[in-house]
Design a protein around this ligand. Sequence first.
Ligand code: GRF
Length: 190
Amino acid sequence: MKKITILISGRGSNMQAIIRNTQSGILKNICTIQSVFSNKKDVAGLHIAKNLSIPTYVIVSKGKKRKNYNAMLLDWLKQQNPDFIILAGYMKILSPEIIREYPNKIINIHPADTTKHQGLHGYDWAFENKLKTTKITVHFVDEGLDTGEVIGKKDVDISDCKMIEEVEQKGLKVEHKFYSECLREIFEDR
Ligand code: GRF
C-alpha cells in the first residue's frame, strides 16, 4: 500500500473524492491517506478531512518568506515520509528543493490541457476561448509551471455550457473520478 499525503489550499473536493475512494472505492487497499496539509487555516477541505478521520496539518504561508515557508514544508514532508504527494487545489508553487527530494512522486490535476494553458483559472480560460472541450490533465510535477510529464488526459464536452459555473461543475465531476483512476495506474505501476 502506498502512503499518500495530500496538499490543499481550499475547497478540497478532489481531496474528498480521493479519500472516499481509498476508504470504499477504486483506491481501496491500493493507497492510504496518511495526512492532509494546507497552507491556509480553516479552509473547507480541512474540515472535510477531519470529518473523514484523516490527520490534518497547517503551515500558514501568508506572511512568511517563500523560502522559509517551503523549508518548513519540506521538514514536515520528510517527517511524513510519503510514497507520493498529491496536489489537490494546492495554490502555492513548490520549491525546487521539494521537487528534487521527490522526483516523479508529486502529482497534480489541472483543469485544462497543460500544453495550452498553465497556471490558474483553467476553466475560465477554456470558457473565454469558447472551447468545445477542455482536457483535464493529470501530470507529474517538475520544476516548471504545469510542465511535468502527463499521466492522463480526459476530454470534457463543454460546448453546451452557457455559464462558467456550468463549465466548472461539469469539469469537477470528471476530475473527481479521473484523478483516482490515474492515481491507481501509477500506484499499481501499470
Ligand atoms: C481543481 O479544478 C483542480 O483541477 C485545480 O484546482 C481545483 C481544485 O478544486 N488544480 P478542489 O479544491 O479540489 O475542489
